[in-house]
Structures are given as structure tokens and as C-alpha cells.
Write a protein of this length. Sequence first.
Length: 71
Amino acid sequence: MALTPDSLMAIRRPTLVVAGARDQLAGPPQGLAEAIPGAKAVTLPGCDHFSCIGHPMFKATVFDFFDGWLE
């Protein structure tokens, strides 16, 4: 499925968009999050696309997101 503005607007699930501050592959997460209703964007400082998953704040960000969604 191609990502189009309409397909992004149709997403009706809680969505977290995470990227590193130096992520030149994905770019800033804010634009994608703004295209998805209710999505949350998080930029992790000091990491790129490949070091994002190992960043200490990544796990905390995901747990915080699910904690708020599952309550």
C-alpha cells in the first residue's frame, strides 16, 4: 500500500513516530506524525537512524506511549 495523505489520514490507531535527531534517512518525525490523526512525534537526541533503537530514551518512549494508551 502506498503512503498517501489520504491513507495516513485514515489511520485510526494510536501511532508513535520516533526518529533520531541526526536521522538523515527518515528525517524529522513531526511531518509524518502531523499527517496521522492523534499521532505523537518524538525526536531522540544524539542519534541517527541506526543508533535510535539502542538509545536509552527509545525504550522509555515506547513504554510511556503504551502506558498511556493501555490505561
